[in-house]
Ligand binder design. Structure first.
Ligand SMILES: Cc1cc2nc3c(=O)[nH]c(=O)nc-3n(C[C@H](O)[C@H](O)[C@H](O)COP(=O)(O)OP(=O)(O)OC[C@H]3O[C@@H](n4cnc5c(N)ncnc54)[C@H](O)[C@@H]3O)c2cc1C
Length: 222
């Protein structure tokens, strides 16, 4: 498989950093081609604006989706976006590794999605959901939380984690055509012992060892 792993955490020695390193190591070992986007290390700019484009159709009024379509036709994405789009186009499996921030993606990763998943090139004009451009590719969210697992059950004090992840799994990943694998969620890593965290890392590595044979999940519609 060609695998893309995107990391959104400011601290390489964090638990997210350890999960990222584990995924790179585990998936590279059997010969999968692994490429990464370590967004903080890249100092990826998450702000989507006219700087996404080398040239624009209408310099007097910025309409992002029109300019994205134009850039698709004219090959006019700036290199930092073009590179990321190509990484996605080339992958069979994409893993997004991040801490849950405000029930969602950290801004740097949300901005990566805002800028890189460009209309025309990655979706639109009949290519969404079941006819999405990225049909046949699979995506996996690997995330950590601050809250414990019981807080993220239906009726728990934060509520149903599947509902919290649906905007990402349905509204982003399935929208552009990915099949979604079960999310890898490590609840409250800061609350457990080193031994427990090490055991979680080993379990994740075992899972990734067999990820090529996994069946996608239903993420639920709205
Ligand atoms: C802006 C913001 C918003 C947030 N919103 C939410 C929210 O909506 N919901 C929620 O639940 N939480 C929220 N949080 C909390 C956040 O999700 C957690 O702090 C985060 O997920 C924990 O993961 P981490 O990688 O940062 O942990 P870290 O604190 O980096 O790691 C936990 C421990 O693991 C250790 N560790 C690192 N590597 C290894 C290894 N190889 N083996 C064993 N141990 C290791 C570290 O040393 C550390 O002691 C928010 C935090 C912020 C900053």
């Amino acid at each position: 498989m060609n695998v893309l792993i995107v990391l959104a955490h400011p601290e390489p020695k964090s638990f997210n950093g350890a999960l990222f390193d584990t995924a790179v190591r585990t998936l590279s070992a059997p010969g999968h081609a692994v490429v990464t986007s370590d967004l903080y290390r890249m100092r990826f700019n998450p702000v989507s604006d006219r700087h996404n484009f080398r040239t624009v159709k209408d310099p007097s009024f910025l309409k992002l989706q029109i300019e994205e379509t134009y850039a698709t036709e004219c090959d006019a994405f700036v290199p930092e976006i073009e590179t990321e789009i190509r990484k996605i186009e080339a992958c069979d499996l994409m893993i997004l590794q991040f801490p849950l921030w405000w029930f969602g993606l950290p801004a740097i990763l949300k901005g990566w999605a805002d800028r890189v998943l460009a209309m025309g090139r990655t979706y639109g004009y009949g290519n969404i959901y079941a006819t999405g451009k990225f049909r046949g590719k699979r995506a996996l969210l690997s995330l950590t939380t601050g809250g414990p697992a019981e807080a993220y059950r239906k009726g728990g004090f934060n509520g149903d984690i599947d509902a919290i992840l649906r905007p990402i799994q349905r509204g982003i990943l399935q929208f552009v055509g990915f099949d979604v694998l079960a999310p890898q969620i490590h609840y409250g890593p800061v609350r457990v012992s080193d031994a427990q965290r090490e055991s979680w890392i080993a379990d994740y590595a075992r899972r990734l060892g067999a990820v090529a044979g996994e069946t996608p999940i239903e993420v639920g519609e709205y």
